[in-house]
Structures are given as structure tokens and as C-alpha cells.
Write a protein that binds this ligand. Structure first.
Ligand code: ADP
Ligand code: MG
Length: 613
């Protein structure tokens, strides 16, 4: 189901049927009693409509022709009225019951399935635009769409039966009359299809402009753009883009106006005009000239014609709607059916209690779809309790190396070993639990300070520990002054009183979380970029102190902090270019020294340089 951007996706007939069966199967499994009642109600309602426009009219006309009493006729009319109202009330009760008992229950179950899958697929999936698109669309009101497809399928089936029944009835009265039904069918299915093709083309040409408008709207309402909007003249540019997109859409509509308008007109003529007028003439001829049709039949036939025409219109509408909604169901099924390469719940060995060593052996890795090799034949070893600093310029591959260590990706070549065993052998969840991490792109969660620290349901003892780590990272002064302390909600996502942390404070929180959930191995990937050099140095001192005795990998682009580690590995363009202690590397006159000197220049006067080195 690959599509180019801007093109509406299309499903084959087989896929369409499979998705319809999926919707029907899912809902019957979810709430069999309700769905059965719904099917019965739909069928009875369709049968009643068909009956009303055939026998009901005929019986009524015959009764009147035969001089039946008013009471008899009125009783029959009221009887049918009661039947219709009863069905209507039943339908409403069902939909009320459906919302509270079936839809919410199903939505909860289905969304859990999606979330579980989302947390189980590898990180790479989130970087694959096609996959990501499917995931976000799968989440977008999907349960409503599944319910809708179910209704449409049942509705389409019962309508098909009622159209066939009406046709057969007409032919049984007068075979010639059946031929007139060809017009609304041509109108809706043949010309209707042409109209869809034109609309698809128009949609495709307009996509560029509607995307532009949606981008403009986003830049105007999302807070992350608000600063830029106020501090620069970009607002005028954005406004200009909006104007251009509206003009573009106008042009597209102009281009298709005549063709689309004319086709629509032809469709309406076929659907209504061509059928009613000729049919009336035909029936009048049969009743008056040929005298082969009774007045009752004539009345019934015109009533059927109107019912059947509307049934056909609704039928073709339902088919179009089913096609549209099934695309979303297909996306969700593709997503749920995706076979994970590194599933979070995969089994394997438990990670040993003590990490004796972590080793990269000839590791080479490229991101999917990228021509560049992010890591080239990387080999190094971190021993028991050793602190290693990883340094290198931006884009050298430091974060990539961490991602491979945590098995967010697997190497293309070589292996990563833990206590001499390939990390692929360990249980993935266990392996990730063995690492406490703080990343440069840490995201503050819209939860309390405590929950941000525990990243799980807080347990007893967590409060005291939280206070301790917040003191260590220098954030306790801030948190203790907040009205609700550790229970203060962060971000304003859900709570107007929510507190927004500065970039530096958020990074301190990330470090505090890593210290709070200290595991067998600590990884700090530039969690301090937003701090000033002194605050960063102090934080790294804390980290070093706190994780003493346990192995750690520390990444920082400020080399003064790297000095604290037992050993430094210098990464350049995905390759290890130097390795050793700070003193060894400074004396080497390589990349490390070059970086150190250029950074020191920023902080120290020239005559102090020697001292710094
Ligand atoms: P560092 O952390 O040393 O700054 P990274 O490990 O983040 O560098 O990136 C190494 C290289 O891999 C860079 O060239 C970067 O552009 C590329 N890269 C990083 N993440 C991705 C990704 N998800 N997809 C494709 N390329 C990536
Ligand atoms: Mg990085």
C-alpha cells in the first residue's frame, strides 16, 4: 500500500473485504449481544422500509378502491406508525447502550494494543516516515472508524437486499419497469465513479496548498513557534505563504469547476430526472392505453421508484465511506502486524548482577536510508567499575554508540558484549533495566516532579531518595520552594498551575532521574549542554562521586568534565582516533589536544592556557 505524497491511498477489493471482516469480527468479539441486536434492528428496519413502499401502499390503495371503512384504513396506518416508532426508539436505546458499554470498552482495549505495540517496536520505526505515519494515523480516532465500518457493512448488506427485493417486485409487476432502474445505477456507480476520479485529482493537486495552510496554522498556534513569531519578521512570511496557499486552492478549484460541475449535473439527471419522467409516461401508457396495470400497481411502482433511488444513492455513499475508512484500518493492521526486530518483550538470559565488562568489538553501523557510516569498526572495552568519557565533535557518533549499547539498534557488523556475552543473548527489557541513562534530548513529562524522577509508580522511600538526588544536582532549593514540592506538576500540558522548568533545570532533573534509578551501568549522554561550564563541572563531579565503583560512560563536549573520567575515548567521524587518560592525550598532539586547546581559549586568557592544559 505504498503511496506517493499527496496521493490518496487505495485498497484492492481483497484488502477492502479483509478490513471489513476485521471490523465485523472485532466488534462481534467485543460485544456479541449488542452487535447481534444491531444487525437484527438494521435488517428489520430495512425490511420495513421495503415493505412500506410495496405491499403497504398496495394494500392501502386496494382498501380504498374496495371501499373499506375509514376505521380499518386508519388502524392500519397507526399500526405501521407504531411499528416505525418502536424501531426508532429501539435504535436510540441501542446507540445509547453502545456508546457506554461497547465503544468505550473497545477503545480502551484497542488503544492498549496499539500502545503496547508502540512501546515494543524498535526506535528505528519512529524514524521511518512511512511507518510513523501509519502509527499516528492508527491512533487517530480509529475505534470510531472500526465501529463506523461495521455499521456501514451491515447497512450496505441490508440495503443491497432491499434494492434487490424492490427490483424483483417491480419486475414481477411489469418486467419493463425494472429497466428504468438502470438509470440511477448508472448515475451512482458509473458517473459517480467518474466524479470520484475528478475529485481525487483535485484533492491531489490541492494537497500542496492544504499542507501549506495546515503548516501555517500550526506555526500560529503551537507555543514552540511563538517566540520566533514575536522576535522576527517571520510572521509576514507565514502570512504570505497562507495567502499563496489560498490562491493556489482557488486556482485548483477553478480548474476543475466546469468538469466537476458538469459531471455532477449528469449524475443527478441520471439519478432522478431520467427515471421519474419516462417511468410515469410508461406507467400511464400501461394503465390507460394497454390497460395492463392497475391504479394500485401504478401508485406502488412510483413509490418504489423513489425508495429504490434513495437506497441506491445511500448504497453508493456507503461504499465510498467504507473505502475511505478501511484505509485507516489497514494502516492500524499493518502497524499491529509489524514484526519487531528488537522486541522489548523478547526473552533471553538475565543480565548478571555485576557488570565485569562492556565491550564493543569491530562495531560498524549505518542508519537505515543513510549513505553515511555512523560508526566504523569501533572497538573498546570498559572494565569493572571504570568511568570512561567519550568525546568528539558533533555528529562523531557518540549518541549512536550509546543507542547500540542499549540495543535501540543492532550493529550491522561486529558485536557488543556484556561480561563477554553478546547483548543480543540477554532479555531486552532486562538489558535496558541494567542501564540508568540521561540523554541530551531528555523530555520532561507532564507529571509530578516525583513521577518524573521515578519514571514509574512512586514507591515508599522514593520521596526521601528524590530529595537526596535533587540536593545532589542542585535542584532541591527550587523544588522545595514550590507550593506542592515534589508533587508539583511539571509543564502546563494538563495543569494551569504546572511549573515550566528552564532548559538547565530540566537537564538537572534528567541527571537526578538517572541517579535516582541508579543501575548496574550509568550512561550520561551530554545531559548538561544547557548548563554553564562551572555548573556542568560540578554536576559531573557529583555524577562521578555518586557512581563510584560502578561502570559509567560519560559523554560531554566540554573536555574539562571529561578529565574526571578514568579514561577518555576520542571519536572522530565514527572512528576511535585516540584513547587514554587526559594527560596522555594532551601530550599526544592529536584531536583531543586540539579540541581542548580551542575550548580552553574560550574561557581563559592566552597567558593562562598553559596552566589549563
Ligand atoms: P553525536 O552524538 O556524536 O553528536 P550522533 O551519534 O548523534 O552524533 O550522530 C552520528 C551521525 O549519525 C551524524 O552524522 C548524524 O547526522 C547521523 N544520525 C544520527 N541519528 C540519525 C538517525 N536517526 N537517522 C539517520 N542519521 C542519523
Ligand atoms: Mg549526541
Amino acid at each position: 500500500m505504498k503511496t506517493k505524497k499527496g496521493e490518496k491511498e487505495k485498497l484492492s477489493a481483497g484488502q477492502l473485504i479483509k478490513n471489513c471482516l476485521f471490523a465485523v469480527g472485532e466488534l462481534f468479539k467485543n460485544s456479541p449481544v449488542y452487535e447481534t441486536l444491531f444487525v437484527i434492528e438494521t435488517v428489520v428496519s430495512a425490511a420495513l422500509t421495503a415493505f412500506m413502499s410495496t405491499y403497504y401502499v398496495k394494500i392501502l390503495v386496494n382498501m380504498l378502491e374496495e371501499g373499506a371503512s375509514f376505521k380499518k384504513a386508519a388502524t392500519m396506518i397507526v399500526g405501521f406508525c407504531i411499528a416505525q416508532v418502536s424501531i426508532f426508539v429501539f435504535e436510540n436505546l441501542l446507540s445509547y447502550y453502545e456508546f457506554y458499554n461497547c465503544k468505550l470498552r473497545y477503545a480502551k482495549k484497542f488503544n492498549l494494543r496499539l500502545f503496547r505495540k508502540a512501546s515494543n517496536v524498535e526506535l528505528e520505526c519512529y524514524e521511518d516516515p512511512v511507518f510513523y505515519d501509519k502509527y499516528t494515523r492508527a491512533l487517530d480516532g480509529l475505534t470510531d472508524k472500526i465501529f463506523h465500518v461495521f455499521y456501514l457493512v451491515i447497512d450496505t448488506l441490508s440495503r443491497t437486499f432491499s434494492v434487490v427485493y424492490l427490483l424483483v417486485y417491480m419486475i414481477s409487476v411489469d418486467p419493463g419497469v425494472g429497466l428504468f432502474m438502470i438509470f440511477p445505477m448508472i448515475g451512482n456507480f458509473v458517473i459517480g465513479k467518474k466524479l470520484n476520479v475528478i475529485e481525487q485529482k483535485r484533492y491531489k493537486e490541492n494537497t500542496k496548498f492544504s499542507r501549506m495552510r495546515s503548516y501555517v496554522t500550526r506555526t500560529l498556534h503551537l507555543s514552540r513557534y511563538s517566540k520566533e513569531m514575536r522576535l522576527t519578521d517571520v510572521y509576514d512570511l507565514v502570512q504570505d505563504k497562507h495567502k499563496k496557499s489560498v490562491e493556489g486552492t482557488n486556482k485548483v478549484y477553478d480548474k476543475f469547476a466546469l468538469k466537476s460541475g458538469f459531471t455532477y449535473w449528469v449524475k443527478v439527471q441520471f439519478t432522478f430526472l431520467l427515471i421519474f419522467e419516462p417511468l410515469l409516461i410508461y406507467c400511464a401508457y400501461k394503465a390507460i392505453v394497454a390497460e395492463t396495470m392497475s391504479l394500485a400497481d401504478l401508485t406502488v411502482l412510483t413509490s418504489i421508484m423513489a425508495t429504490a433511488t434513495w437506497e441506491i444513492i445511500r448504497l453508493s455513499d456507503s461504499v465510498v465511506q467504507i473505502q475511505e475508512r478501511c484505509i485507516y484500518i489497514q494502516n492500524a493492521r499493518d502497524f499491529l502486524g509489524y514484526e519487531e526486530k528488537i522486541p522489548e518483550d523478547a526473552g533471553g538470559l538475565p543480565v548478571p548482577d555485576v557488570i565485569e565488562s562492556v565491550e564493543f568489538r569491530g562495531v560498524t553501523f549505518s542508519y537505515r536510508g543513510s549513505d553515511e557510516t555512523a560508526l566504523k569498526n569501533v572497538s573498546f572495552r570498559i572494565g569493572r567499575g571504570e568511568h570512561v568519557a567519550l568525546v568528539g565533535r558533533n555528529g562523531a557518533g557518540k549518541s549512536t554508540l550509546v543507542k547500540l549499547l542499549l540495543r535501540l539498534y543492532d550493529p550491522d557488523e561486529g558485536e557488543v558484549l556484556l561480561n563477554g556475552v553478546n547483548i543480543k543473548e540477554y532479555r531486552v527489557a532486562d538489558l535496558r533495566d541494567a542501564f540508568s541513562t540521561a540523554f541530551q534530548d531528555y523530555q520532561v513529562l507532564a507529571m509530578t516532579v516525583l513521577e518524573n524522577l521515578t519514571a514509574a509508580e512512586p514507591e515508599e522511600g522514593d520521596r526521601a531518595r528524590a530529595e537526596e538526588v535533587l540536593k545532589k544536582v542542585g535542584l532541591w532549593d527550587k523544588v522545595s520552594c514550590l507550593e506542592y514540592g515534589l508533587d508539583t506538576v511539571l509543564t502546563k500540558e494538563f495543569d494551569d498551575e504546572g511549573v515550566v522548568l528552564s532548559g538547565g533545570e530540566a537537564q538537572k532533573l534528567a541527571v537526578a532521574r538517572a541517579l535516582m534509578n541508579r543501575s548496574k551501568f550509568s550512561v550520561f549522554d551530554e545531559p548538561t549542554g544547557a548548563l554553564d561550564p562551572i555548573a556542568e563541572y560540578e554536576l559531573f563531579e557529583t555524577i562521578t562521586e555518586d557512581t563510584r565503583g560502578l561502570p559509567a560512560l560519560i559523554i560531554s563536549h566540554r573536555l574539562t568534565s571529561a578529565k574526571l573520567a578514568d579514561r577518555i575515548i576520542v571519536l572522530g567521524d565514527g572512528e576511535i582516533c585516540e584513547e587514554g587518560t587526559h594527560e596522555e592525550l594532551i601530550n599526544k598532539d592529536g584531536l583531543y589536544r586540539e579540541m581542548f586547546v580551542s575550548q580552553a581559549k574560550n574561557y581563559l586568557a592566552d597567558d593562562e592556557m598553559g596552566g589549563a592544559v
